[in-house]
Design a protein around this ligand. Structure first.
Ligand code: SF4
Length: 457
């Protein structure tokens, strides 16, 4: 036996969710203390009640906060247990809409805030599903998919948006003649005869089953969340005065985000790797020092664009990339791009200028490639609105430097213990900090030495 979970607990954009919003009435109640909400929260299993949200806006901010801290070492689940109590649904739905509207109006679809909103919705759903019983989970996912996937046989092109935005990968789907197979009966009908040595039912569970259905449901809701914020943004462009209460909420979201980036790193990275801090040129490896002096022979463009740009940007902004192994964007660690504009680009441009001939003198268009390698698309100016159009390249491994730019590699003693120029930098920087002692720290070196670029395409 299991209780029926409202689809709105998983998908606030469902019909149930929309009905909850209609019942809410005016926006005036956003900041009012809500006794029903407080009761649900205080009665949630193992809930810490020392700092609970008491109105819709506080609940909305806690939702974002949970996402930002849930992977960090400091995370205490007792503070956020209420988010996974099904009785929170009507309040949670309102807080979801408040966030989408506030972020949509104030920041628009390509902002850091909207991306965090979409990602946090995905993570919340994932964690909520995990906490339901198997029966509840299957039932609610089937109901959600039933309303999201209205066509009986789905062509893969139906998922085009999800695939192009990388929210879903083609390899996650079972395709047969261009049709996506999700339904058990359809699977058995299409493949039953072809499966000879195994039980077709078990094969269905293995290949399609609950896992892929949940994945599709989650990704589709994420996409719908993004679409909804987009629609809010477009509508706001036509309005003269956006709602000041929502603008205020948007500012609060941004503050929570900036504080969390400073405290935990974006997405609660947990500070496994080295922390971002001003560049320390003394800790640069021989190959980087050589490029900074200016390239006077072949390989100039690749040395500046493919080698130096990723190195300097990661060394300054996300030196722990290999240890943490979490993909980030530049704005996740430098929200206003201040460090990029004032520290990273000047160093790269300086090296480009010292080349012979100076890089931008004969090939000014290469500035576009520098922007692209930091994730800001193929544009003349490095602007937040274009972020995500390309990937932020991670620094080349020593192995790749030796193959593609052999003249740069003049190894010294430290080079013997590392596999990537960024590991060299982190190691020497730590040693310099300790007063130049021969540092033999744990956690360095081999974990990030020969790491292939997750972003390198
Ligand atoms: S071994 Fe690696 S870090 Fe050292 S100079 Fe060569 S490429 Fe640079």
């Amino acid at each position: 036996m299991f209780t029926m979970v409202s689809p709105a607990f998983i998908n606030p954009l469902s019909e149930d969710g929309k009905q909850m919003v209609r019942e809410m009435g005016s926006l005036e109640a956003l900041y009012n203390q809500n006794a029903d909400l407080i009761e649900v929260i205080t009665k949630s299993h193992l809930q810490d009640i020392s700092d609970i949200p008491t109105n819709y806006v506080e609940l909305a901010l806690k939702r974002i906060e949970w996402y930002l801290v849930h992977n960090s070492k400091k995370y205490d689940h007792k503070v956020y247990n209420f988010l996974f109590n099904v009785e929170i649904t009507p309040f949670d739905v309102i807080s979801f809409y408040i966030l989408c509207q506030a972020i949509g109006i104030r920041y628009g679809p390509n902002s850091r805030e909207s991306r965090v909103m979409v990602e946090s919705q995905g993570k919340i759903i994932e964690n909520r599903l995990e906490k339901l019983s198997k029966g509840e989970r299957e039932e609610v996912v089937n109901r959600i998919l039933g309303s999201l996937l209205t066509q009986s046989s789905i062509k893969w092109t139906f998922f085009e948006e999800l695939l192009s935005s990388k929210k879903l990968q083609l390899r996650d789907l079972l395709l047969d003649n261009g049709q996506i197979i999700l339904d058990r009966e359809e699977f058995l009908e299409r493949f039953g005869d072809r499966i000879t040595h195994r039980d077709p039912e078990k094969m269905y569970e293995l290949v399609v089953g609950a896992k892929i259905k949940e994945l599709i449901a989650i990704k589709m809701i994420m996409q719908k969340t993004e679409d909804y914020m987009n629609a809010v943004y477009e509508k706001a462009q036509r309005e003269i005065e956006p709602n000041p209460m929502l603008l205020e909420v948007a500012e609060k979201v941004s503050t929570v985000l900036s504080e969390s980036v400073q405290t935990y790193g974006y997405g609660g990275g947990g500070g496994v790797g080295a922390k971002a801090s001003p560049l320390s040129p003394k800790a640069f490896p021989p190959c980087v020092k050589k490029v900074l002096e200016g390239i006077r022979s072949g390989g100039r463009n690749d040395a500046i664009i493919l080698f130096l740009t990723p190195f300097i940007s990661y060394a300054r902004l996300y030196p722990g990339v290999f240890a943490e192994n979490v993909t980030k964007r530049v704005s996740d660690v430098d929200p206003n791009l201040n460090a990029v504009q004032n520290e990273v680009l000047p160093m790269i441009f300086g090296a480009a200028e010292r080349c012979s001939p100076p890089l931008f003198e004969d090939q000014p268009q290469e500035k576009v490639n520098i922007n692209a390698k930091m994730g800001f698309g193929m544009h003349d100016a490095l602007e937040l609105k274009n972020e995500g159009e390309t990937l932020w390249y991670t620094p080349m491994s020593c192995e790749k430097v030796k193959i593609h730019l052999p003249s740069l590699c003049k190894p010294d003693k430290t080079c013997k213990t590392i596999g990537n120029p960024l590991s060299y930098y982190n190691k020497v920087k730590r040693e310099l900090k300790k007063g130049g002692a021969e540092g033999e720290e744990k956690g360095d070196g081999k974990s990030d030495e020969t790491h292939e670029s997750p972003s390198k395409g």
